[in-house]
Design a protein around this ligand. Structure first.
Ligand SMILES: Nc1nc2c(ncn2[C@@H]2O[C@H](COP(=O)(O)OP(=O)(O)OP(=O)(O)O)[C@@H](O)[C@H]2O)c(=O)[nH]1
Ligand SMILES: [Mg+2]
Length: 439
């Protein structure tokens, strides 16, 4: 993505904050200027940028860090939160159920391509999908959609002989009755003139779609706001798809100005190919942009499986056999540890060293491990290193398991403790987790 420049500028700003010993007014001013410079280069609206940095400064000065967070971490957290809000906050879901979608936008914005991308998106998720060609304005529009349909194996309904798009839509809807998802392409114009408004209003009435989506190209930068507002007034759009995010440095401007209209950005297009469509999630987008890895997914997963508690103990150094057992039990629910750990920034390096143990333990084995741990004394659980040969024999007997299984458990524990040490605070990933309350 061409937003790399914006990303590296923001990263540098955060690095500056981490390098400083403490946060003072001077540092906040400098940070504010850095963020402004980075965002303005990405064509973000000056007023929006100014408001954003004011909010960050105000919060950084007035809010006390929550317990456990240093002031620096708190400021970084505020920057993250405000940037996420800046892009609309929460992700806006497109539901995976039978749905009618109308795509509108000016000439060359990427409508027809995006109709194909969305159709592929729904088809991949198992919904019976079709496309309807209602651009009767541009001569080759029908043929273009037919070609896209062939590529992705999705049927196209339309009538290249008919010039009235309302008629085309009515006819097509009859043929498309048994399809779950109906995605309608419409014709563009140079500008949103009365003729275009009238045409898409008619299509809207006939289709009665759940989603009316404006397609805008990212290279419009902050100009996208004006367009989005006008389409909102004319058609009450339910969302926006920003295309061509791969080909411009102005993506930040397009994203923020669309978010400012209140109409959620649902997807972004990141290439000409039909699979180059990404769900737009502000939290994930910002974490990626500022290099914090796929933080949100990790946090969600961790929350679901209750791993955050374990993570706290790991980071605080209280990682006993019992914690280890708890962890393998939870990881069991989440998928292999290596997969979860992949989402922690910096972990790939550890993995490259070949130091990630295989934590996927069979159900049966997990039960045995439980018996083994239950047969240990409290001291042994706290300090497994005291477990010598005679203790191993005793534990094996007491648990009804074999000595080799006891040794296997101890070995796994040791390996995993080693890995946990490598991702302890101060080494990237966990330090960041700490800022988000996992510590
Ligand atoms: N790089 C890049 N190119 C894109 C993207 N989306 C669309 N395009 C290209 O943009 C050009 C216009 O796309 P169309 O889908 O034909 O646009 P349209 O809005 O249907 O155009 P009209 O029907 O003429 O109004 C094509 O060359 C597409 O390949 C994208 O996300 N990235
Ligand atoms: Mg088109």
């Amino acid at each position: 993505m061409v937003l790399e420049k914006l990303g590296s500028a923001l990263k540098e700003t955060l690095r500056k904050i981490t390098r400083k010993g403490f946060v003072d007014k001077e540092l906040l001013e400098e940070m504010s200027r850095d963020i402004q410079r980075a965002l303005l280069q990405s064509d973000v609206n000056v007023k929006l940028v100014f408001d954003l940095t004011q909010r960050i400064k105000k919060r950084s000065l007035s809010e006390k860090p929550p317990t456990g967070l240093t002031q620096k971490e708190h400021v970084i957290n505020i920057i993250y939160e405000e940037l996420v809000k800046f892009l609309g906050g929460k992700r806006s879901e497109i539901p995976l159920k039978p749905i009618r979608i109308l795509l509108v936008g000016l000439f060359g914005s990427g409508k027809t391509t995006t109709v194909g991308k969305l159709a592929l998106f729904y088809k991949k998720r198992g919904l019976k999908t079709c496309m309807i060609a209602c651009d009767t304005f541009r001569p080759a529009a029908y043929e273009q959609l037919i070609q896209i349909g062939k590529q992705i194996g999705v049927p196209v309904f339309g009538n290249p002989e008919e010039k009235d798009s309302s008629k085309v839509l009515r006819e097509a809807l009859k043929k498309a009755e048994k399809y779950d998802v109906k995605i309608v392409d419409s014709s563009g114009r140079d500008a949103l003139n009365d003729e275009m408004i009238e045409e898409i209003k008619k299509l809207n009435e006939i289709l009665n779609p759940e989603e009316r989506i404006l397609v805008v190209p990212a290279d419009l930068g902050q100009q996208a706001e004006n367009q989005a507002k006008r389409f909102q007034e004319a058609l009450n759009i339910t969302g926006i798809i920003i295309t061509k995010m791969d080909g411009t440095a102005k993506g930040g401007g397009a994203l923020t100005s669309c978010a400012a209209t209140g109409a959620p950005v649902k997807f972004i297009g990141t290439g000409e190919k039909l699979d180059a469509l990404e769900k737009f999630d502000p939290e994930r987008f910002i974490s990626r942009l500022i290099g914090f890895g796929d933080l949100k997914t990790l946090l969600e997963k961790a929350k679901e499986a209750g791993v955050d508690e374990t993570a706290k103990k790991i980071v605080s150094g209280k990682y006993t056999l019992e914690e280890f057992y708890e962890q393998i039990e939870k990881v069991q629910k989440m998928g292999p540890l290596s997969q979860v750990a992949n989402m922690i920034p910096g972990f790939s390096k550890i993995k490259a060293l070949g130091k990630v143990p295989d934590m996927s333990v069979q159900e049966e084995k997990l039960k045995h491990f439980k018996f083994i741990i239950d047969s240990m004394t409290p001291e042994e659980k706290q300090e497994p290193s005291i477990i010598d040969g005679s203790r191993v024999r005793r534990i094996a007997k007491g648990s009804g398991c074999s000595e080799s299984e006891v040794r296997e458990l101890l070995k796994l524990y040791k390996q995993s403790k080693k890995v946990m040490k490598m991702i302890k605070p101060g080494k990237g990933g966990m330090r960041f987790l700490k800022q988000f309350g996992i510590k």
